[in-house]
Design a protein around this ligand. Sequence first.
Ligand code: ZN
Length: 191
Amino acid sequence: MRCFICRTCGVQQAAASTPPERCPICEDERQYVGWQGQQWTTLEELRAEGYHSDVRPLEPDLFGIGTAPSLGIGQRALLIRGDGNVLWVCAGYLDQEAIDQVRELGGLAAISASHPHFYGCVVEWSQAFGGVPIYLPRADARWIMRRATSRARPSCTGPRALRVAEPCWSATPSRWCATAASSPSCAAIPT
Ligand SMILES: [Zn+2]
């Protein structure tokens, strides 16, 4: 069983023995299927092809985590350092080097993302950090392509919940970190 990643949108799917026939995210009118048709890959294949995570500081306590060369729609995560570090958005790829770098920066307390394209390989990130909780908009539950199977509790202190409101474009990291209250618009995805 492998978790295939759509090359066009960069979102990882649930474990399967063979690649899915279609990617629901790419077939939605907000995305597209590539000219070459539906194509899948895996983290292992991407590593073999030379992909790597690119972690770089952006400003104090804010780091970007992208993928080079670009994968999917070029998603880039933001790591926000605080009392409990938050990963905002996920790319479709991660590697051990990025995990080690994030550990050196204090690890993760929670993960959130606003839009299905940005779920990337979110379960991989959660599992790499002991099953930290993932908070995604309840309204987008049907677009969650991969869910973890066990229900583990957060392994560290940090934001109890992240208020997931409107698309991230206008949101600043400090706003997300500061909003640590439960919200009916949030859904904790079992990790
Ligand atoms: Zn796709």
